[in-house]
Design a protein around this ligand. Structure first.
Ligand code: FPP
Length: 271
């Protein structure tokens, strides 16, 4: 987190929020459902595309903030398999914005030691987007800082379909299929599961995002629309995350459980 403080003004709102964070308990992997671009534009009587354009500034800010905070991985839900149902012009604008982002950010991604990866059915993206992605992916492949993972033409269900297809094609007998094998066939193979899932714009849905991987993720819903979401909102989500007690289906710290047993009157405990 030292890198992070270097860029902040002591006493600023972000500085105060960051000072309250425990650097030892930051999430390794943050996943984000970027939502609210359309509403942001509508509030301003602008076309939906203007909302997506403004959303790119938030992408830039959150990627840089995550890199400086020392987060290992950031997965952004940029285009779902269902997003093809949107008007053609909007879909085309989204791909153009992605190309623009990749072109203009390449040097910043390299300076910040960010490695770009993508998940989803990438082979179905427009050829020019695939070319740009392959270019930035290969030029950042050796970077060791934040892994910026873009979910493009992605859905959790198609990911599971593709994983099952891969498993069947490999000829593995049914009784050899276990959770570890399934994980190895997911697009996210090699990534830690998201510790924190952030959704912007106040919607309370997971929308077919990382369905397997978010089994134990902490969910933080921010009412801020994605184009307004900045480092300050990320820090607030991180503080919220650090207030949670993660139990992974258990009951909490063994020491707490023992204290509870000790506090039960003997007569009750032996019944
Ligand atoms: C959801 O808002 C947002 C999207 C479907 C696209 C997200 C894309 C970007 C932020 C820009 C390009 C991405 C990168 C990685 C450079 P919505 O349109 O569903 O909003 P609404 O619910 O208010 O209509």
């Amino acid at each position: 987190m030292n890198d992070f403080f270097e860029t902040l003004k002591p006493g600023s709102e972000e500085w105060i929020l960051a000072k309250n964070l425990d650097p030892a308990r930051l999430p390794r992997h943050i996943a984000v459902i970027m939502d609210g671009n359309g509403r942001w534009a509508k509030q301003r009587h602008m076309p939906r595309i203007a909302g997506h354009k403004a959303g790119v500034n938030s992408v830039r800010d959150i990627v840089e903030s995550s890199a400086r905070l020392g987060i290992e991985a950031l997965t952004l839900y940029a285009f779902s398999t269902e997003n093809w149902k949107r008007p053609t012009l909007e879909v085309q604008a989204l791909w153009q914005l992605l190309r623009l982002y990749l072109r203009s950010e390449l040097s910043t991604l390299r300076e910040n030691n960010v490695r770009l990866t993508a998940i989803g059915r990438i082979e179905d993206l427009p050829a020019y987007v695939q070319t740009e992605l392959a270019h930035v992916t290969s030029l950042t492949a050796a970077n060791t800082g934040l892994q910026l993972n873009l979910a493009l033409n992605y859905s959790g269900r198609t990911e599971l379909v593709d994983a099952i297809r891969g498993i069947i094609a490999s000829g593995v007998p049914a009784d050899a299929v276990d959770e570890e094998l399934i994980e190895r066939h997911l697009y996210t193979n090699g990534l830690p599961e998201p510790d924190l899932l952030i959704r912007t714009s106040g919607e309370m849905r997971v929308s077919n995002f990382l369905l397997w991987q978010i089994a134990y993720s902490e969910l933080v819903v921010s009412t801020t629309l994605w184009p307004d979401f900045r480092c300050r909102h990320l820090l607030e989500a991180l503080l919220d995350y650090q207030r949670r007690e993660r139990r992974f289906g258990g009951v909490g710290e063994p020491v707490t459980a023992q204290k509870e047993i000790d506090s039960i009157p003997v007569g009750v405990a032996s019944r």
